[in-house]
Design a protein around this ligand. Structure first.
Ligand code: SF4
Length: 230
């Protein structure tokens, strides 16, 4: 789909000015463009601001509670996500759901999950800085609309995409960062935990358990949710 086609497609859907989403990734999508995630979703599904739009089956926008107090941001869709249109499904997603459930958090009620880029990079490669920059306005709109108290960044790419911090995930995981006035914590990506199954003290899984307990404690603190303990 070329730029003209995309612009006309957005034009046809509605005569509203905000449907003119620029195909040139250098042109920003201003904060406040969308009034809801429902408005944002079809734009991602028709977007060609970067080349990842060329081969997707589905743009993967998000899942969970659109008013959640915790947002989890991953890197990008894999094959299962591209096929289903939902983030963090498949083995990684099942493990993530299990980790959250272990501290009485549910993806349905307490969490909104999305990714740095909405379309699957070929061969699951890391998205390029240009692709991340092209897609970032959608993510910033998602953050503005969901308005989470806590953001969990799964893996180094998510940390880099949001904060610009290029440190390795093993160095910065478990630390609270302030980003744009929001509490953020880098954590391991569940796929990394699948590759490192040991539960020994100091192992990635053990460290994740420490981190998720710290997240739950902070969640209870910021929401005053003292009644929902394990
Ligand atoms: S990855 Fe993001 S910017 Fe690139 S085509 Fe998909 S929705 Fe658009």
């Amino acid at each position: 789909m070329n730029s003209d086609t995309q612009l006309s497609l957005f034009n046809e859907s509605n005569c509203n000015q905000k449907d003119l989403i620029p195909t040139d990734a250098k042109i920003p999508i201003p904060s406040g463009t969308y009034t809801s995630l429902t408005e944002l979703t079809p734009h991602c599904q028709n977007c060609h601001r970067c080349e990842l739009g060329e081969n997707r089956t589905h743009a993967v926008v998000g899942r969970g509670n659109p008013q959640a107090k915790i947002m989890i941001i991953g890197e990008g869709p894999g094959q299962n996500e591209d096929e289903t249109g939902l983030p963090f499904v498949g083995k990684s997603g099942q493990l993530l759901d299990k980790i959250l459930a272990s501290v009485n958090l549910s993806t349905e009620h307490d969490i909104y999950i999305c990714n740095i880029v909405k379309c699957r990079p070929p061969e699951n490669r890391v998205p390029t800085p240009e692709e991340m920059a092209a897609c970032k306005p959608y993510l910033l709109e998602q953050i503005r609309l969901v308005d989470p108290k806590i953001i969990l960044l799964t893996g180094a790419t998510a940390v880099k995409g949001i904060t610009g911090n290029k440190q390795g995930i093993t160095k910065i995981r478990g630390q609270w960062l302030d980003w744009e006035g929001r509490l953020c914590m880098p954590i391991f990506h569940p796929s990394y935990l699948l590759r490192n199954p040991s539960r020994e003290k100091g192992s990635p899984k053990w460290l994740m358990w420490q981190d998720i307990q710290a997240v739950k404690a902070k969640y209870d603190e910021v929401t005053g949710d003292w009644g929902r303990k394990f």
